[in-house]
Design a protein around this ligand. Sequence first.
Ligand code: DAH
Length: 330
Amino acid sequence: MLAAIESLQVGALQSLAAASDAAALEAWRVVHLGSNGSLKALMLRLKEADKAEKPALGKRLNELKSGMEAAFEMRRVAVGSAKVECPLDLTEPGTAPVDGRRHVLTRTIDEITEVFARMGFSVVEGPEVEDEWHNFTALNIPEGHPARERTDNYYMAQQAGTRRLLRTQTSTVQIRAMEVMKPPLKVCAVGRVYRPDTHDATHYSMFHQIEGLFVDRDVTMVDLKTTLLQFARAYFGAEAEVRMRPSFFPFTEPSAEVDMKMPVKGEWKWVELGGCGMVDPNVFKAVGIDPEQWSGFAFGLGVERIAMRKYGIADIRWLFENDLRFLRQF
Ligand code: DAH
């Protein structure tokens, strides 16, 4: 009798594990737990057992019964036959999927880079954690220059004699490009830059710049202005204009601030976008390019400025809060 209990237990659990749909489960239930099933048959045999063994055998049979019932329930849930009791109502209205989209800044970056790529600029990249050579020295910003002040930069702890910092400008990528590419070269780079600043509607300690660099023979300011104007018209529309105001940057000579006339909430307005100029001979010397042979122009524009004016975004912080109610508008 004990052997029969044992073998039913093993056999029934094995065939239960093999039942993989509702019909197979129901068949298993009839064979094993039904009123003429194997379990019932064993229980009837209890009468024939020795009186002394009956209590132990009875207990064992009850354990078997509850074990098989529990195993059946678990299997039923696992196979999903429970679902049959609440079939899918195909007439119910569906839920509309929420469509994803690129962040408004990502979109702006993609659009701007596409225009420059069409104008023949290859897209290059540089690291956000930089050394002082690429962020300052090679860009003609000498030791002791105010731009290197602790309070204006995110310096990191010194490691093996090198002090690193979060780059403050994408002009670092000009240096990296010229270190590995021989002129003529025409590259642009977009990325994050970092400056310690108190956050308000127009300031944030991280923002994006797009940098351009063109090095060839006999490059002039005319090439620079033409390039910026071509970009402005391709990106903002045929009525766009470019204005250059004399300025100073250590890495260009002469240097200028760049304004573009662009549509701001439907009206064409002058907006200050960044800086530009002719690559300073000292910068060429730092990367081993002969300034007697080569000349070039460079520019750097603020991406947030472009996006904020173009889409009428009044507060730069909204761009980084990731509030979907804001982001879904674009
Ligand atoms: N790096 C400058 C800044 O962050 C912008 C800039 C000015 C970039 C002149 C240039 C340039 O390439 O030629 O303010």
